[in-house]
Design a protein around this ligand. Sequence first.
Ligand code: NAD
Ligand code: MG
Length: 403
Amino acid sequence: MAASPKGVTVLGATGTIGVNTLDVMARHPQLYRAVALTANGNVERLVEQCRAHRPAYAVVADPQHEGALAAGLKAAGLDTEALSGPEALAHVAALPETDYVMAAIVGGAGLLPSLAAARAGKRVLLANKEALVMSGRIFMDQIRQSGAELLPIDSEHNAIFQCMPGDFDRGLGRVGVERILLTASGGPFRAYAASDLEAVTPEQACAHPNWVMGRKISVDSASMMNKGLELIEACWLFDTKPDKVEVVLHPQSVIHSMVSYVDGSVLAQLGNPDMRTPIAHALAWPERIASGVDPLDIVQVARLDFERPDMDRFPCLRLAYESFEAGGTATAILNAANEVAVESFLEARIRFTDIPRVISHCLETMELGTADTLEEVLAADEAARAVARAVVTAGGLGRRVTA
Ligand code: NAD
Ligand code: MG
């Protein structure tokens, strides 16, 4: 007899990753069914998704939207229950009927619901890299304690996972892994001179050459903070140190990362840049299912280029290295300051090149804590946001972007 479909909660269902997840699930209704879908405030899209996927619960993070959500679900003739607020997000991540949780809320807002899924021993499909950057030790301890399964969705980490031996948790040295090669597209400004970065606009920053993504991660890709966050993410996921993770620019985004072994072998995972591949991989693991992604035409790709990153033009990458080395709450401060800086850049309140300045200011002026408890991490996050907002408001950093 066929097994019953796995129940899936999609946190951040209305975002890029959420939409791609529902696309893959819809191709395999015999394998996956939606238990709960969540959004920040996009009620219209959430109701539309509920109409297609018939979950038991729909959650909006902002309680102001609960009434509109309930009315929308009723008007659509659905018996999906409307919930709201941070507790509801954590609740639907831990439901007994949920087997898998796609953690795809953007930013620090995803930490508590992602942790709730980890605590409840679910299969956690982790897209929300900020959760690991803020509190990697706590998150990984929680996964181990509850016996949850952690599968990376970030394309690079999913690629690394695919190229690792199954028993990599014994320690990379013991299983013959020499280092990880973390690939980066370099984003839309890879070839820009430092002086040209001063005047770039949010629209230019969000126009990624290879990937379609939410606005925050698009700006992170343009500043290379995304690679910095991913370096930290890789260190936690694969229990290693930054000196074992080499960032390599690879503008075609066809190789999604590599693992180098002591015998000289380098294993790579390749594919078209489409997040449905890592999503399908993590949903089905250790099996394989169709994802809707076209097969890679390697002859059409024809060439693969590689370069070393330039940390002078892209200081965010250096700041990420430094904050991981500093340890404790430094990476939570880095993440929070970056979120405020990116938001301010998207609102044209600061220049693109002010992003690393805001972050440096926070890292240089704030005291570091140990990050042993969630309370300390959340306090550091809140304090760093306040310091970063104050810097932006004081306007010492730059002018409005006028272009
Ligand atoms: P997105 O902006 O497209 O979607 C974000 C989702 O989170 C939406 O559903 C939104 O409603 C929800 N959300 C936003 N703020 C919230 C809040 N305060 N409380 C609750 N929910 C909130 O972002 P995305 O591109 O889908 O990225 C999601 C996560 O996945 C990010 O952490 C990103 O770094 C990671 N990721 C994305 C990609 C990609 O290709 N898009 C690749 C790798 C990793
Ligand atoms: Mg990535």
